[in-house]
Design a protein around this ligand. Structure first.
Ligand code: SAM
Length: 290
């Protein structure tokens, strides 16, 4: 499409914001992409598993949305900012397969939204996420997305990317790493410097793709999902303590029972939470359940 607006140009973005009486809003985490290779790459990576449908969170000016509309048959884009809804009508006027929905993603029922927008078909999620709700959004998507959600490709702060993709035994490994591992595999796609955004945030970012496990694909199958997640949050609640001390002070488990379970699994009773792999946590949760 020649002659279309350059949505990654800071001058064009400022002009559009002026036209719609808007300005970048900090409270909505608005840092717009100005490096056009980035939305192209995100759309390419998200489209690799080739589901027909994509849900975008926070289309902003529409630069990523436009790339997604080229790769996918159907795009549903949820934007909270009323002023940007009007602006998007202009910037996405050439994209007939995009539907912009004015809403707060945290208030939407993801399963219902995907049924309505994608007629019950498979879908993936893409977002340059507003940093203030990164973890709640990822948690919501993974827990509510259901079997039709195939992948989540998101821009997050670099340190969050480190945590999502960390290996057991490293300082970045934590409850979020082992929590995401329950649902799928997280991998880092690319690093994105602060200068790729307008306005520039204080920290660098990175794109992470979480590919959700298909049916029977996961090797991580604790008997109880709830017990697994409760164990994770109590184990990492006090990172400096041993796992036994952290879990016993945050749950009803006795130290002796925890030590017994660790020993039976061949694990050191003085171990700290970060040394356990997600599989270890699953085995420990099962062992504690008796
Ligand atoms: N996708 C655009 C880009 O890459 O340039 C904008 C990204 S900007 C970091 C985050 C976007 O999410 C903004 O457009 C913001 O208004 C929107 N947003 C913030 N909170 C939201 C929420 N709770 N629900 C939906 N959209 C939200």
């Amino acid at each position: 499409m020649e002659g279309e607006l350059k949505l990654c140009s800071p001058a064009v973005i400022r002009g559009l914001l002026d036209e719609f009486d808007a300005a970048p809003r900090k409270d909505f985490g608005q840092n717009f992409l100005i490096n056009e290779s980035v939305p192209k790459k995100i759309a390419e990576v998200a489209g690799e598993d080739a589901p027909e449908n994509v849900l975008e969170i926070g289309p902003g000016i529409g630069c990523l949305t436009r790339e997604l509309s080229r790769k996918f048959s159907r795009v549903a884009a949820v934007e909270i900012d009323k002023k940007l809804i009007l602006l998007l009508q202009k910037t996405l006027s050439g994209c007939g397969n995009v539907r912009v929905i004015e809403s707060d993603i945290m208030k939407l029922d993801i399963a219902r939204l995907s049924d309505e927008e994608f007629a019950g078909g498979d879908f993936c999620v893409c977002a340059n996420l507003p940093y203030y709700i990164t973890t709640p959004v990822i948690t919501k998507l993974l827990t509510e997305g259901g079997e039709r959600l195939k992948s989540v490709t998101v821009m997050v702060q670099s340190e969050v990317a480190d945590r999502l993709t960390a290996r057991a035994g490293t300082k970045d490994y934590g409850a979020i790493t082992a929590g995401v591992a329950y649902f799928g595999r997280a991998s880092r796609v690319m690093r994105v410097s602060a200068g790729s955004f307008y306005p520039a945030p204080k920290v660098d970012s990175a794109v992470v793709k979480i590919t959700l496990y298909g049916k029977n694909e996961s090797t991580l199958r604790p008997k109880s999902k709830e017990a697994y997640f409760e164990l994770l949050s109590s184990a990492f609640a006090n990172r400096r303590k041993t796992l036994v001390n952290s879990v016993s002070s945050n749950t009803g488990f006795e130290k002796a029972d925890l030590e017994g379970a660790l020993s039976r699994l061949g694990l050191d009773v003085r171990v700290r939470a970060e040394a356990l792999t997600p599989e270890d946590f699953a085995r420990l949760a099962d062992e504690l359940a008796g």
